[in-house]
Design a protein around this ligand. Structure first.
Ligand SMILES: [Zn+2]
Length: 598
């Protein structure tokens, strides 16, 4: 596999790791580094750290570490080359490949991507200035889509012709078909997949166009919505419309609003709810939820979730359990949708989103809304119906709280209400199964944290990484006894080591990854002096073992005393630097300083 080394280096140097990580999780600046919730394992307090200057990350929870390429590989499930391409794309670096056949597959994806981008522009320009798009422009205006909205969402129009796009792009029919934009016509040539429709470009989380949604005009005879068919770039069970526009707000608010349609997302944005996304012509899937919880834990469902009943409930509870999500439901008035509501009464839309309730409470309240609580029969009915809904929740504690609350509302004795739950669900969540956060977190969970080298050695390594100019002349191999620290020392003192961290053994890569995001918390020379204290202590101990008679001991007495004096001097700020230098100089003359003083 091969990307030109020069290009690879450029990608490494120019990648802004903190910026990239911020696309997935919120980062806060803490001292010199950034900190946030780890995207690789499930956690509630931040243990994920980014050293922006060095371009390295480390998680104190799961010990995952690496550079921008490692991060993108993990997050986007890409191979090495794929991750480099992902980064290069954002940086505007055109990669050169060392082996031409190797790039073919990727080149094909890139070609599709280019075609889709050109198509988005073609549709958009057609809507803005095409002669036949006049009726579409006035239709959109009548629906409250001003030119600003058209620009912001890059809305377009697919002309009412058989091959307007195909002839504009002028590429082979197979290419059009592979991009989901056309198919072979009966008389040869290609015909467009979308015709006479308002076009919404669908992008991935990074803003790269992967497909389209086409909405029929009001007088059309075709299905209301038509979406790009499954292609190499477009998978409707994964893609979320609007995510790349909304993701910043989503992270900021720790809340994501999920709608069903393109116009719903746009409506939410227009109502000031710029944290909305939509599934593209499909029900919410597990993949969608996995993507969403990377950005926010609280998922607000802004479509009719009531009708789906128990099947939907089971899925929602499962997601809450599996992905540590909180599923809320906004009560959008019946017969309308967020898009329409935004147009007619934006305040009502905002109100509905802000008043979103946990799914269980939402369902109970819908039953109570319809119930006739004035009559005994009505109350009994409401108790039975809400009881059945409560019984579906897998968590006993949650069930019980809702039982108490609901029993009061329907004015039924709590014990009677309890008896209504005749069929407790088969899966009891009070015996929790281990949560599965990210797809491959399981094997990571089994990794036991490596044994920690003595802090003194870690401090020196850390100083060596962050302030080499201050300490590199003072640090010697004799300061390291822990095997991982010894190897880490040889790594961080070698030329160009930052590019080779992952070539080293896992414990070393992990240790160095962590040190890279940590800060030197004391004067670096003082840290070296503590390491020297330890070296001298070991040297003295060894001497007592090695020396058997008084005569030999007396021979060593001067150096023992000399070292004791220097050690004393190392404790004072005024004399430390000179003492450290003196000891280091002496240590260099000692025969065994390549491993330890032994
Ligand atoms: Zn982690």
């Amino acid at each position: 596999m091969g990307i030109h080394d020069e290009d690879l280096q450029r990608v490494k140097v120019e990648s802004d790791l903190a910026g990239i990580v911020s696309q997935y999780v919120a980062l806060k600046k803490v001292g010199q580094r950034f900190s946030g919730l780890c995207p690789f394992h499930n956690e509630k307090t931040p243990s994920f750290s980014v050293n922006a200057d060095e371009g390295f990350f480390y998680c104190f929870g799961c010990q995952k570490s690496g550079d921008a390429i490692t991060f993108v590989r993990e997050m986007e499930h890409l191979d090495f080359v794929g991750a480099v391409e992902w980064l290069a794309n954002r940086l505007g670096i055109a990669l050169r490949y060392t082996d031409s056949s190797d790039g073919t597959n990727r080149k094909e994806r890139q070609e599709l991507s280019d075609l889709l981008e050109k198509t988005a522009e073609f549709y958009h320009q057609t809507l803005r200035s095409g002669k036949q798009a006049g009726k579409v422009r006035s239709y959109l205006r009548s629906r409250g889509f001003d030119s600003e909205t058209v620009e912001q969402f890059r809305i377009g129009y697919a002309p009412d012709e058989w091959d307007a796009l195909a002839s504009h792009l002028g590429v082979a029919t197979e290419k059009l078909e592979a991009a989901g934009l056309g198919r072979p016509g009966q008389r040869g040539g290609a015909i467009d997949f979308f015709r006479d429709r308002v076009m919404f470009p669908v992008c991935d989380a990074n803003g790269v166009v992967v497909g389209f949604g086409g909405r029929m005009l009001p007088d059309g005879q075709q299905p209301k919505y038509k979406n790009t068919p499954h292609t190499r770039l477009y998978d409707k069970s994964k893609v979320l419309y609007g995510l790349h526009w909304a993701k910043k707000q989503i992270v900021h608010a720790d809340e994501i609003i999920v709608c069903e349609g393109y116009t719903d997302v746009i409506g939410c944005f227009r109502a000031g709810l710029d944290r909305a996304v939509a599934t593209c012509g499909t029900a919410l899937t597990d993949e969608h939820v996995k993507t969403m919880v990377r950005f926010a834990k609280r998922i607000v469902i802004a479509f009719d979730a009531d009708g789906a009943g128990k099947a939907a409930a089971d899925r929602f509870y499962e997601w809450e359990h599996q992905h540590n999500a909180e599923v809320f439901v906004a009560a959008i008035p019946e017969g309308t949708d967020p898009g329409q509501l935004a147009e007619e009464n934006p305040a009502a839309l905002t109100e509905a989103i802000n008043a979103a309730e946990p799914f269980l409470s939402y369902r109970i309240n819908r039953v109570l809304d319809r119930a006739d609580l004035e009559r005994v029969e009505g109350r009994a009915r409401a108790a039975a119906d809400t009881g059945a809904i409560i019984a579906e929740h897998p968590n006993e504690v949650v069930r019980d709280q809702y039982l108490v609350e609901t029993a009061q509302k329907v004015r039924v004795d709590i014990e009677q209400m309890r008896r209504l739950i005749v069929n407790p669900p088969p899966q009891q969540a009070n015996t929790p199964t281990p949560p599965q956060d990210s797809p491959d977190s399981d094997n990571r969970r089994e990794v036991t944290p490596p044994a920690q080298p003595p802090p003194v050695e870690l401090n020196v390594l850390r100083a060596l990484i962050h302030q080499p100019e201050a300490v590199s002349a003072l640090v010697l191999p004799a300061m390291f006894t822990d095997p991982v620290a010894v190897e880490a020392y040889s790594l961080v003192t070698s030329e160009g080591w930052r590019d080779r961290v992952n070539d080293f053994s896992q414990p070393v890569a992990t240790l160095v990854g962590r040190l890279l995001v940590e800060e030197v918390d004391a004067d670096p020379v003082e840290l070296v002096s503590r390491a020297l204290d330890a070296v001298i202590h070991r040297w003295n101990t060894q001497l007592r073992y090695d020396v058997n008679d008084i005569e030999q001991l007396r021979k060593h007495q001067p150096i023992v005393q000399w070292l004791a004096q220097r050690q004393e001097e190392m404790h004072s700020d005024q004399t430390r630097a000179a003492a450290v230098e003196a000891i280091v100089e002496w240590l260099r003359t000692q025969p065994a300083n390549d491993a330890s003083t032994r």
